[in-house]
Ligand binder design. Structure first.
Ligand code: SF4
Length: 455
């Protein structure tokens, strides 16, 4: 079970599994060194990246994230404007201040290895960090898995988590939508109320509504920055940011076209996704690659339906977190494990269900919207061109946001009994992900990733 504030965490782009997770892992490794009183003996650090972290880590900024984490930085507090100066300093001085206290020699090109064909058994996103003393003596070696959405597990924790049952000390434990529905009906609560009561157990935030509104504010700001930021995205694909010019066009437009609203939704998604691609501050929702879908749906609601206050933010984020928890527990939100259906597909499903809740939909309508949101992403592969979170990711967020709004509208107007439950579509997504060839799971070895670079 996950807190709303685990699912929606503030981080930096471009990837939750390849940037946020590795940064947290590297920081955690330094904490182990401190705890074991080994820090002062460290002479060198080596980090090996396996699986998808190895094959697309360069484009996703994984090496940068590892360096920042080793320096003691965390994605939620680090100012992304400082990334370049920090990294430049390390490269120029060939030195790194470990855990912000202990200087060691560090040459990124030697210290970080991107394995193109090696994997570790626990997960498609794996990394091993070693700290060495004089004479190459290994002081500490730890393996971490970045399991999607910025969540990390050390290898000894992975097996424990896989066999864990839902925590019965939670006020309202559930591990399927069917159980969640049953709990809501039995206790006469809606999903948002039930999840809010569960938040007391996690004790992450005292005022849940206020904290949810804060998340919305971070998302809104990421969209606003994306609307203004000019120029090209980093990484070498020479992709021009599209949001500022589109914003200008739409702002001058008198809303004469019946589909103008759709253009605005696209704009909001492009703005947030371009900010993510540029390594800016975004909210993981449920991943960074998919961090444009939910802000776009919320900006749409805020502009065209009703301003988002604390109550609405709570309804939205609590409902979306309940849906995300089910994907995370019963399937995956990692593109390296199940393809993009687990990232943009899950974001669409969360947004569709949560928008339906904000629109006053009942339990059945929320479930139906979330199910439609995923049903039409089943089988969607992950093939980022150049290993960057840009093509197809940025436009894909816009498509996901539009689908979410459409799914919600279909569910709210439905006068039929849906044939497919949310639990079934989650199970289908996982099975489809298992059947998907590895080259379509965030390796940049298949699909658009190979055809575009050949052009
Ligand atoms: S294609 Fe989808 S899953 Fe893959 S990096 Fe892009 S957004 Fe993430």
């Amino acid at each position: 079970m996950f807190s709303i504030f685990d699912i929606f965490s503030v981080g930096i782009g471009p990837s939750s599994s390849h940037t946020v997770g590795p940064m947290r892992a590297a920081k955690r490794f330094t904490e182990s060194l401190v705890q074991k009183q080994l820090l002062n003996q460290v002479v060198t650090i080596e980090c090996e990246l396996f699986g998808s972290l190895g094959s697309t880590g360069v484009g996703h900024g994984t090496g940068t994230a590892v360096i920042l984490g080793l320096m003691g930085q965390l994605p939620e507090t680090f100012d992304p404007d400082n990334t370049e100066p920090f990294i430049q300093q390390v490269e120029q001085e060939q030195q790194l201040r470990l855990a912000d206290t202990h200087d060691i020699a560090f040459l990124p090109s030697k210290a970080i290895t991107y394995h193109q064909h090696k994997t570790l058994p626990g997960h498609a996103n794996a990394m091993q960090i070693k700290a060495k003393a004089q004479d190459d003596v290994v002081l500490l070696s730890e393996i971490y898995y970045s399991i999607g959405g910025g969540f990390i597990l050390r290898d000894d924790e992975l097996n424990q988590v896989q066999s864990q049952q839902p925590d019965q000390s939670l006020p309202y434990a559930f591990h399927s939508f069917e159980q969640l529905k049953h709990q809501c009906q039995q206790h006469q609560l809606n999903i948002s109320e039930l999840i809010t009561k569960n938040e007391a157990y996690f004790a992450k935030e005292e005022n849940v509504a206020h904290a949810c509104h804060d998340i919305w504010q971070v998302m809104r700001k990421s969209v606003e920055r994306g609307l203004k930021a000019q120029g090209e995205l980093p990484g070498g694909l020479n992709i021009k940011r599209r949001a500022p010019a589109l914003h200008l066009k739409l702002s001058l437009n008198q809303m004469s076209d019946p589909l103008d609203v759709m253009d605005w939704v696209n704009l909001f998604a492009l703005a947030a996704s371009e900010e993510n691609a540029a390594g800016g501050r975004v909210v993981t929702a449920p991943t960074n690659g998919a961090a444009g879908v939910i802000p776009a749906v919320l900006c749409y609601f805020n502009k065209f339906i009703s301003p988002i206050d604390e109550e609405k933010a709570q309804t939205f984020f609590a409902t979306a977190a309940a849906i995300a928890s089910l994907y995370k527990r019963n399937a995956s939100i990692s593109g390296a494990e199940v393809g993009c259906q687990g990232e943009v597909g899950v974001a669409c499903s969360m947004a569709a269900g949560a928008l339906t809740a904000m629109m006053g939909g009942n339990l059945a309508q929320i479930e139906n919207a979330a199910e439609i949101g995923m049903e039409h992403h089943l089988g969607m592969t992950c093939d980022p061109v150049g290993g960057l979170v840009q093509i197809p990711c940025i436009e894909r967020n816009a498509m996901g946001a539009i689908k979410a709004i459409n799914a919600s509208r279909m569910a709210l107007k439905a006068d039929y009994e849906p044939k497919v439950s949310l639990d079934k579509v989650i199970q289908t997504m996982m099975e489809t992900g298992k059947d998907m060839q590895n080259k379509y799971k965030e390796t940049s070895k298949g699909g658009l990733a190979i055809y575009i670079t050949q052009c």
